[in-house]
Write a new protein. Structure first.
Length: 204
């Protein structure tokens, strides 16, 4: 009887137009001491059916299946701004001024921060915060043209919960193994990232 009452009450609130808190972000996630949530997700472009993956050699490719290399940390660094880092490779996903993607062990706020926007159809797009270019699985020329036209399918993503067996992927570094980087001028929070030596691999 109690369960029925609770269910009806929830429906009444929904029908009356009263807004409620959204459901929690299910799936693997990690919270750090600076009160930010790190989502572990596979960035999936639905139309081509490809996941963004950062390989051990640093190259960025699409993969039809979820892999360890396609599992990404999606870390908020400011309202509407996120950073991507490969869980298996500890490489950040970054973009040059000409739209070329590359990965780096070292975080660079000018090249590795993306604005996250949700489209009316529910897909996410990510735009380089510094260069204003779309993140996509197309070539760098298509990324630069994307904002002048309809958003191409290769740039429309769904962050998908991992279906990989739990326990097979590495755990991101705990806070005491990270260094703090102040993201200025518009980032008010301190973001913590690995301090490995920079190693880049660019792709067309």
């Amino acid at each position: 009887m109690l369960l029925i009452v609770v269910t009806i009450s929830t429906m009444v609130f929904s029908d009356s137009g009263v807004s409620s808190m959204p459901l929690s972000d299910h799936g693997p996630h990690i919270t750090h001491s600076w009160s930010q949530v790190v989502r572990l997700r596979h960035l999936y472009a639905v139309k081509p059916g490809q996941h963004v993956q950062i390989r051990e050699d640093g190259h960025i490719h699409g993969s039809a299946e979820q892999t360890l290399n396609s599992l990404l940390e999606i870390r908020p660094v400011a309202p509407g701004r996120v950073v991507f880092r490969g869980v298996a490779t500890s490489r950040f996903l970054c973009m040059e001024s000409d739209g070329r993607l590359f990965s780096s062990h070292t975080f660079d706020k000018d090249n590795c921060v993306f604005r996250e926007q949700i489209l009316a159809d529910g897909y996410n797009i990510y735009i380089s915060d510094q260069h204003g270019t779309l993140l996509s699985l197309g070539n760098h020329r298509q990324r630069q043209q994307g904002l002048d036209r309809d958003v191409p399918a290769l740039a429309q993503f769904l962050p998908r919960i991992s279906t990989l067996q739990q326990g097979v992927y590495p755990v991101p570094d705990p806070p005491h193994q990270m260094r703090t980087i102040m993201l200025e001028p518009y980032f008010s929070a301190a973001a913590q990232f690995t301090s490995n030596n920079r190693s880049e691999v660019k792709i067309a």
